[in-house]
Design a binder for this molecule. Sequence first.
Ligand SMILES: CC(=O)SCCNC(=O)CCNC(=O)[C@H](O)C(C)(C)COP(=O)(O)OP(=O)(O)OC[C@H]1O[C@@H](n2cnc3c(N)ncnc32)[C@H](O)[C@@H]1OP(=O)(O)O
Length: 469
Amino acid sequence: MSLQNVCRKGNAFNLLNVSRKVQCRTLSAAVANPQPKQKNGQNIVLVDGVRTPFLTSGTTYSKLMPHELARHSLLSLLQKNRLDKELIDYIVYGSVIQEVKTSNIAREAALAAGFSNKTPAHTVTMACISSNAAITTGMGLIATNTYDVIVAGGVEFMSDVPIRHSRKMRSLLLKANKAKTLGQRLALLSTFRPDFLAPELPAVAEFSSGETMGHSADRLASAFNVSRSEQDEYALRSHTLAKEAQEKGYFTDLVPFKVSGVDQIVDKDNGIRVSSPESLAKLRPAFVKPYGTVTAANASFLTDGASACIIMTEEKAKQLGLKPKAYLRDFLYVSQDPVNQLLLGPAYGIPKLLKKAGLTLKDIDSWEIHEAFAGQIVANLKALDSDWFCKTYLGLNEKVGTPDLSKWNNWGGSLSIGHPFAATGVRLCMHTANRLVREDGKLGVVAACAAGGQGVAMLIERYPGATAD
Ligand SMILES: CC(=O)SCCNC(=O)CCNC(=O)[C@H](O)C(C)(C)COP(=O)(O)OP(=O)(O)OC[C@H]1O[C@@H](n2cnc3c(N)ncnc32)[C@H](O)[C@@H]1OP(=O)(O)O
């Protein structure tokens, strides 16, 4: 049976009904009174995290370089928490579409921020979960007693992406560089053809299949029978909740940015846009034309932004007199077929994480799930609520069920706040930590899909006495 059939086997999904009336179902592995434990005996805490305002690409950040955005997140993190640079043992930073001049952007941003040249830094890349990978790399370094205090973050800069010469042109230029005589150069010149000039533009696409993320999301939505109106409804929910959270001042992870050469200080995400259902319905498909259902409004948009957080052992935080936001309790990565299941990371990761931690859906107080596309999110929810999907692909005896949507991305998500690929993971963790405080919860789950058919799920627990500032 193919994914195309799964939707026909499940109930129609209605976002508004689900959000208010959902009944959480238990995982078969559920245990009573769960108490997440740290496996290595050391509690690792998320002390705090910050981000630049997330801006649609081509707007106010467009003249910067990515390491400058990253620098701002690093400096703001230290300033906000009144920490000395010398305290930081190691920096791990994520980046997806790399600026070739700053390929180890962790190091370049650290040097630009004035960190000592004795502070090592490396860059990780794992598509849209790169800053999750940075955080969990940091957790590993702490767990092995290699370092005590880690800064983890990520940056993405879609306003300027590397555009390459064609392979033929690159080959010609490299040969010309090595040519020793005028004759050799002229001989090479005679091989030039006008089509060599066609540039290679980067695409937000899967290398193994060549398919764009948007096209794949459209196919996924169709496979799970997610209608256009369900997608628009979800997108509208995301923008509405993000606007509310923005107006209430909940985005305390956001640090204003004075961009050089720009008079006004950037102090808000600029992609949040609450539209009417009618105007959303009028938009044309963005990827699969003319019949696709993914549009510019129900897709995450190309975004510039950077984020950074600080993690350490609980013991170290106590020594330093810091007040952490949360415990980083557990995490895992999943990977699956990058063609037909490219964006199903949460559907694979959430059940596995809950099982590992001995928890059920109803134990989770805050869900922070990356919204690559509205259709992708609804497809993941349908997958979790499908007996067929859970039995066939997750090896479970029954469906996982639907998380309580009244606890789901309550401050909006990547659709509305923006998705600077490698910076999103820290934003998800910080929104989880801050929501647990404001919503008086204990446990939160972060989950995200990523290119390559991969995904992450993380378990976060509110720290006693944490504040949401
Ligand atoms: C694991 C992962 O995360 S995978 C996800 C990775 N990310 C991606 O793949 C990025 C996907 N997004 C994109 O590529 C781009 O944002 C696109 C192709 C969807 C849209 O790009 P653009 O066409 O440049 O978008 P643009 O902002 O111009 O919007 C197109 C139209 O939609 C309208 N629109 C956009 N958002 C909204 C909205 N929320 N409400 C109403 N109208 C909207 C715009 O006003 C515009 O209308 P116009 O043509 O009348 O001016």
